[in-house]
Write a protein that binds this ligand. Structure first.
Ligand SMILES: [Zn+2]
Ligand SMILES: [Zn+2]
Length: 364
């Protein structure tokens, strides 16, 4: 193991993480396949997996007005800043209020969050994890329509089919009349007998096991996004995304992590620090022999190159270093024999100093 010294052991900074995830098992690959094709996706949104298996042709459709999100063909999904990306909002009725008559259009599904705690080593080298996610899925009974089977919509009794109602609003400036979307039909102008299974929502909360491949190099605070694995949309709206928040357990071997750099401490006796030695150091790759050079000073940092954490999203060979911080131990008690030897050492040092014409006998 090659060792070298660092002038300043803590000088390295680490770049902010860019997070990514890729999908492994067949189930998820399917989801990507669906997402990569707008037309298929709209069918998937409305009818779920069964809709595709039952022959996509029949649903034709197209033009569902789903969000035309970028490129789904890349299985590696580059991360966005989570709160910039807009979780939370989601759902909604997806139409302009403000008194305009509106029809109920597709509404995107909300994003879902899942917290995942993984071991230190799994974060370093990546891992596959099964997670159980709770989310809204398209109702199988009504195929996501929310309408009771065998019934057809009828004109809304509250708004008479206009989809709007007028409401008096009192404000400090006086009373106003405000046109609002009809609360009974949500502005659609017609009502339907609700599906008994989903109470008309078209979706049911279910849990689903999802297989994730956590990429090498993730860290605590990493967020992985799995597109399309959030809650189903309504009325053909696109599904939300699943965000997996990663937490990392402490290393049982006492390793500390700073970006791609791993730190650990090693105790070396003062004798070994003077004479040099070889010590076994625990690394993410397992125990490794580290040469401690003769004359190693307390607080020295020895670097084991490429024994750190893989850089997220980079080639597997791109790894950080492992920095070993040397603590020189000085015994508080020594045997008579050791004491004699150290005293002899002191005399030898003094003699050496005299020989160099230095400080002389008493100048120690
Ligand atoms: Zn239903
Ligand atoms: Zn109405």
């Amino acid at each position: 193991m090659e060792t070298k010294r660092l002038a300043n052991p803590r000088a390295r900074s680490h770049p902010s993480l860019i997070l990514c995830i890729s999908l492994s098992l067949q189930e998820i690959s399917n989801a990507y396949e669906v997402l990569s094709d707008d037309q298929k996706r709209s069918i998937y949104d409305r009818f779920g997996e069964a809709g595709l298996k039952g022959g996509a042709g029949g649903f034709g459709g197209g033009g569902m007005g789903g969000a035309g999100q970028g490129d789904f063909t890349n299985p590696f999904d580059i991360f966005e800043q989570f709160f910039g990306g807009g979780m939370g909002g989601g759902g909604g009725m997806g139409g302009g209020m403000g008194g305009q008559p509106r029809r109920r259009g597709p509404a995107p599904g909300t994003d879902e969050r899942h917290d995942l705690t993984i071991d230190f080593a799994d974060a370093v080298f990546g891992c596959s994890k099964e997670v159980e996610v709770s989310r809204l899925e398209s109702c199988g009974t009504c195929s996501g329509s929310g309408v009771k089977a065998g019934t057809s919509p009828s004109r809304c009794g509250q708004c008479g089919g206009s989809g709007q109602v007028v409401q008096a609003v009192r404000t400090p400036l006086g009373a106003f009349q405000q046109v609002m979307a009809c609360p009974a039909c949500e502005g659609a102008g017609e009502t339907s007998a609700p599906c008994a299974s989903c109470a008309g929502d078209g979706r049911l909360r279910k849990s689903k096991r999802i297989s994730l491949r956590v990429p090498p190099g993730v860290d605590g605070g990493s967020r992985l996004r799995v597109r399309g694995e959030g809650s189903a949309g309504r009325r053909g709206g696109p599904p939300g995304d699943l965000y997996v928040f990663v937490r990392v357990r402490p290393s049982p071997a006492g390793l500390r992590r700073e970006g791609t750099t791993v730190h650990s401490d090693v105790d070396v006796s003062y004798v070994d620090a003077i004479l040099g030695t070889s010590v076994q150091v625990e690394t993410v790759d397992g125990p490794v022999d580290l040469r401690v050079p003769a004359g190693t000073q307390p607080g020295t940092t020895l670097v084991m190159a490429k024994r750190g954490v893989p850089r997220l999203g980079a080639a597997p060979a791109a790894r950080g270093d492992h920095q070993v911080h040397v603590r020189v131990t000085i015994p508080t008690k020594v045997s008579e024999e050791e004491k004699g030897l150290v005293e002899a050492l002191r005399e030898a040092q003094a003699a050496a100093a005299t020989a160099k014409g230095g400080k002389g006998w008493f100048g120690r």
